[in-house]
Every structure is written in C-alpha cells, then in structure tokens.
Design a protein around this ligand. Structure first.
Ligand code: NAP
Length: 242
C-alpha cells in the first residue's frame, strides 16, 4: 500500500479557484483523489487541471451553505480552506468587517465540518478534515482583529473536533501556513517596508508558495497521517521557530 495515495477517495476543497485552495485541489488530484473544487467563484480553471475533477458553487456568505452537500454523495476528505481578511486599526474596525470574516473563516468552518461528519458517521465510514489555520492562530498580528480571532478559533475547533471525532474515525487537523504569496497577502508584498521585515524574519529567506502547503494537505488527507489527530502543523519556512 502507498500510504500517500488518495486513489478511490473523494475530496472537497473550499475556495478552490485560486491560491492555496487551488494548489491543494491539484495536489490531491495528483495523489489520485476525485476532487470537488468548491467556491463562490467559478473553479473550472482548477478542475480542468485535475484528471478527475468537478466544480461546485459554495458561497459562505451563508456560513451553513454546505449543510446538504455531504448527504448527497460519499465524500472522504474535507479541506476547509476558504478565508478572507479585512485590515483596519482595531479602534476603527467595523462590525461589518468583524462579522464577514468570522462568518467565512470560523462559522462556515464549523458548520461545514459538522455536515461532513454527520454524513461520514451515517455511512459508518472514516474521514479526514484539514482546516487551514494561520500563524495568527498563535500570534496576534496587527490591524486584523477579526482574522486573528477567527484563526485562533480554527485552532481551537481543530482540537475539540479531534477530541469528539477521532474515536469515530475522523482525523481533524490543521495547517498553519506562514507567509504565502497569494491574493490574500498582496497588500503586504506591495508594502516595501512590511515585505522586508517579513522576509528578514523567515529563516528559509523566502515567501512560501501555495504548493508548499499543498503537499502537507496531501499528507494529512492520506493513510500516512492516520495517527495524527488534533495537530496544527506550521508550514512557515521556520517563522515560528524564530
Ligand atoms: P486567496 O487567494 O484570497 O483565496 C481565498 C479563497 O477563499 C478564494 O478561493 C476565495 O474565493 C475564497 N472565499 C472567500 N470568501 C468566500 C466565501 N464567502 N465563500 C466561499 N469562498 C470564499 O487567499 P489564500 O492565501 O489562498 O487563502 C486560503 C486560506 O489560507 C485562507 O483561509 C487564508 O486565511 C489562509 N492563509 C493564507 C496565508 C497566506 O499567507 N496567503 C497564510 C495563512 C493562512 P474568491 O476568489 O471568490 O474570493
């Protein structure tokens, strides 16, 4: 048996049209999975790069948008990747920016995981959940209060869901990406002072690429990680070691 193979498995990746989600979807496909590329935007640019891929519209403006998705067909792997960030000084931060980020990054993660787990248990099957956390699951950040709260929450959810579901055969883990070059971090890369201070602190000396996260997601979706439960795994070029 190849412990890293996903042959015969079906995975659903949220936010699969771009960035980290796109790279994860493609990597899961390369490992042999059938991949449902889900997003509020069209994900056909991703699914077309996967041997066995399809698209699904899922907009977490409604955080329980995925409630019926898993009852309709067997899905073995859930990658909770969709996420947004809003930046403003905490003194000025609006309720709208608070709610928007918490809904997509935290509430949708929980209710999508809940819907997935109910369906897996109903089938008496096993499953894997990989949540995309952040360095701001551990650190405070600056000018991103709802993002930091949401990503600390994702780390906490990863642990409680592990505690409840590991015994029933669902592995729940998270990846905490470091500074990865995607749309999400464009503002930081375009600010020369922030860009330099970030790079100066990364031991590996470079921004991460979405592909750096993707193979970790394959590992956490595959039999190789069957005894990994409740972990929040840093993939950050060494940032948190500094
Ligand atoms: P990205 O390129 O901005 O991708 C974010 C994805 O989330 C997009 O597919 C986006 O869809 C989707 N999304 C946003 N709002 C949504 C909604 N209401 N419903 C459904 N999907 C929605 O950023 P990324 O860097 O790849 O981010 C992916 C994940 O990694 C996020 O959870 C982010 O917090 C996390 N992360 C990123 C970094 C980094 O350095 N880049 C570091 C730590 C954690 P649209 O394209 O339609 O907006």
């Amino acid at each position: 048996m190849n412990a890293f193979s996903l042959e015969g498995k079906t995975a659903l990746v949220t936010g699969a049209n771009t960035g980290i989600g796109q790279a994860i979807a493609i990597a899961l496909g390369q490992a042999g999975a059938h991949v449902i590329c889900a997003g509020r935007s069209d994900c056909s640019g991703t699914s077309s790069q996967i041997a066995s891929g399809e698209t699904l519209t899922l907009d977490f403006t409604d955080p329980i948008a995925a409630k019926d998705v898993f009852a309709e067909r067997p899905i073995d792997i859930l990658i909770n990747n969709a996420g947004i960030i809003r930046r403003a000084d905490s003194t000025d931060f609006s309720e709208a920016d608070w709610d928007a980020v918490i809904d997509v990054n935290l509430k949708a993660v929980f209710f999508t995981a809940q819907a997935f787990a109910k369906a897996v248990f109903a089938r008496k099957a096993k499953g894997k959940i990989v949540n995309i956390a952040s360095l701001l699951s551990f650190q405070g950040g600056i000018r991103v209060p709802s993002y930091t709260a949401s990503k600390h929450g994702v780390a906490g959810l990863t642990k409680i869901l592990c505690n409840e579901w590991a015994i029933h055969g669902i592995n729940v883990n998270a990846i905490a990406p470091g500074y990865i070059a995607t749309n999400n971090t464009k503002a930081l890369r375009n600010d020369p002072a922030r860009n330099k201070s970030i790079l100066d602190r990364i031991p590996s000396g470079r921004w991460g690429q979405p592909e750096d996260i993707a193979q970790t997601a394959v590992y956490l979706s595959a039999p190789a990680s069957d005894y990994v439960n409740g972990a929040v795994l840093n993939v950050d070029g060494g940032w948190l070691a500094r």
